[in-house]
Design a protein around this ligand. Structure first.
Ligand SMILES: C[S@@+](CC[C@H](N)C(=O)[O-])C[C@H]1O[C@@H](n2cnc3c(N)ncnc32)[C@H](O)[C@@H]1O
Length: 197
């Protein structure tokens, strides 16, 4: 079944109907409209989210880790659609927002750059897809990549377009990353998915 035809997939259709997504028309982080929107939105471009769903289906992703889950709406939506076998989440939770995760998922509270995360990550072992959307500096994504590449079939990075000033390093990192790369870009955000071969 092709997810691109959203009417063929009731669960994807429901997620798209019931959630608001990041609106590239309000890109300023402190814009009052965006401040309100981001409390309740999946912080993804809707079309890039659909492409990611298509990728997950095509590649039979059954285990998922998201680094930087915000309120948990992305991981919850993906799990609702795909009913993963294993779901993991990591966030510092410094934003102080209420967070909701899929039942049965395991949350690491702390930085993905910490020694305790590295230990936790080793314990989880191999998983299909790690979605990196935590700290967006070049140094941080390099570290997230290093900590996850050998333990993930695919590593995805959000915001590869580097639109925000402090994310230019992420764009540079993605551009220079070796391996097989797929891009989903329909907005100032962009998702890139890496695999070794
Ligand atoms: C842009 S939001 C993530 C949005 C979410 N993935 C979504 O699609 O709705 C970034 C998140 O990363 C978290 N974060 C920032 N630095 C982090 C770090 N070093 N380790 C783990 N999480 C981090 C923040 O607390 C925030 O919740």
């Amino acid at each position: 079944m092709l997810l691109k035809d959203i009417h063929q997939n009731r669960r994807l259709y429901t997620v798209l109907e019931k959630n608001s997504f990041f609106n590239p028309k309000h890109p300023e982080w402190d814009d009052p409209v965006f401040v309100e929107l981001r409390k309740s939105a999946i912080l993804q471009c809707r079309e890039e989210f659909i492409d990611l769903c298509q990728f997950i289906e095509t590649n039979k992703i059954r285990s998922y880790l998201e680094i930087g889950v915000w309120t948990g709406k992305l991981v919850s939506a993906l799990n609702y659609i795909f009913l993963f076998d294993r779901v993991y989440a990591c966030d510092t939770l410094k934003h102080g927002m209420p967070i909701s995760l899929p039942p049965g998922s395991i949350l690491f509270v702390g930085s993905s750059r910490s020694a305790s995360f590295r230990e936790w990550r080793k314990q989880i072992g191999k998983i299909d897809l790690t979605f990196v959307d935590g700290e967006h500096t070049k140094e941080a994504v390099e570290e997230d990549f290093k900590n996850n590449k050998d333990l993930s079939r695919f590593v995805a990075f959000h915001d590869i377009s580097g639109w925000w000033e402090d994310q230019e390093g992420l764009k540079y990192f993605w551009k220079n990353l070796k391996g097989t790369k797929i891009e989903f870009i329909h907005s100032i955000l962009g998702i890139g998915v890496w695999s070794k071969k």
